[in-house]
Design a protein around this ligand. Structure first.
Ligand code: KG4
Ligand code: ZN
Length: 366
């Protein structure tokens, strides 16, 4: 729920005194296994971006354990927020707003960031902006590039695989989504079957680059014209290939398997993303989410976009995986429209992206 403009303007805070181009947002991200805080100026300049990963704790369980994730966030969140403000060279009193990931994510993990954000916003009497995690992944691009609308975002992370059309700034329309596993999830499950550590994506990426050839594996194109994805059939085909080889006592060419899996994933992502760009007359293609760090995917998309004269934007690796800077960039869309969140805001593990779009307003183009 957002606070109306009149109420928003009644607050006499640093946000009112500073223009939105200079506004300092302290952003917090705790949706999964990274505790992160960042200070972003004017929605674009990263003054600090502190990320504390819990991977070392979860790795022995082969995946993220929600209860442990929440406890680790509780242990570190205050220190990480303080470090972010210190590294930014500002004081808490100079902050214009507090942004926090509201969803999607693990509910217990989200709650830790939300409680910290609410407490700070209340103590400092500045606006709170509950922010969508995927909007953050998409607007990570705005921290390093100039976005031109309409644009198409290919979101590939551990929990999401989506094609999102942005007709204009801050307005999201999901045109395709996975019907089963997210692409990062498929990477992690395949890696687990190959006894590679969590998170498996980077390991499969490396293994695939060492292969002499690719194992032939299926591609799920779904119905003609569909922008949806499905990776569970491919994952099952990989698991079946591993089991059959082991049962027959044959050696498994793990690199060829990793390359076959990766090629199958990339083929479908690239073909559907480029078709969506053409159909919706998008001026740019934005790659975002943790799997955007995949070298094979980056290279394949770059080559195809180059051939077709499509401008491709990819954030640097540290802005592809979960971080708070991206949450600050997305939150600025709402701050400059005075579309703040009420202090009774709740974590929403399944927050729909479209519902987080900016709403029509006075002077700022929507
Ligand atoms: O966006 P992210 O940091 O967290 C979520 O919001 O899910 O994405 C994490 C996912 C994991 O599944 C991880 O295996 C995958 O991104 N990933 C990769 C690579 N680096 C991270 N997948 C493929 N290739 C990579 N190089
Ligand atoms: Zn993410």
């Amino acid at each position: 729920m957002t606070i109306d403009k009149e109420t928003a303007q009644a607050h006499t805070t640093a946000a009112d005194e500073r223009s939105f181009d200079d506004a300092l947002i302290l952003a917090i991200e705790t949706s999964c296994d990274e505790t992160s805080a960042a200070v972003i100026q004017g929605g674009k300049r990263i003054l600090s971006n502190v990320v504390s990963s819990q991977i070392d704790v979860h790795v022995r369980f082969g995946g993220v354990v929600p209860e442990i994730a929440s406890r680790k966030h509780v242990e570190t969140i205050t220190l990480i927020m303080e470090q972010a403000v210190r590294e930014a060279g500002c004081s808490m009193r100079e902050l214009s707003a507090i942004a926090v990931t509201q969803g999607p994510g693990l509910v217990g993990a989200l709650l830790v960031g939300i409680v910290a954000a609410k407490s700070l916003a209340m103590a400092l009497d500045i606006p709170l902006i509950g922010t969508h995690h995927i909007a953050g992944h998409i607007y990570a691009n705005a921290l390093v590039h100039e976005l031109r609308y309409p644009c198409m975002a290919l979101v590939v992370s551990g929990g999401h695989t989506e094609l999102v059309l942005l007709e204009s700034e801050g307005r999201f329309q999901v045109v395709g989504r996975t019907r089963d596993d997210a692409v990062g999830e498929a990477y992690d499950k395949v890696a687990r079957a190959l006894k590679l550590p969590y998170p498996g994506g980077p390991h499969i990426d490396k293994l695939a680059s060492q292969a002499g050839h690719a194992m032939e594996l299926p591609r799920a194109w779904l119905e003609q014209g569909s922008y949806d994805f499905s990776f569970s059939g491919l994952k099952s085909a990989v698991l079946a290939a591993i089991n059959q080889t082991r049962m027959k006592g044959l050696p498994l060419d793990e690199a060829a398997l990793a390359r076959g899996f990766q090629e199958s994933v990339i083929d479908v992502l690239v073909v559907k993303a480029l078709r969506a760009v053409r159909e919706y007359d998008a001026r740019q293609l934005l790659l975002c989410g943790g799997v955007a760090a995949n070298r094979g995917l980056r290279a394949a998309l770059a080559a195809r976009c180059d051939e077709e004269g499509i401008e491709l934007l990819i954030p640097p690796g540290n802005l592809c995986t979960d971080n708070a800077a991206m949450i600050g960039a997305a939150a600025h869309l709402k701050l400059k429209r005075s579309q703040w969140t009420e202090l009774d805001m709740k974590a929403d593990p399944a927050l729909p992206l479209e519902s987080w779009s900016v709403t029509a307003c006075g002077t700022v183009p929507c």
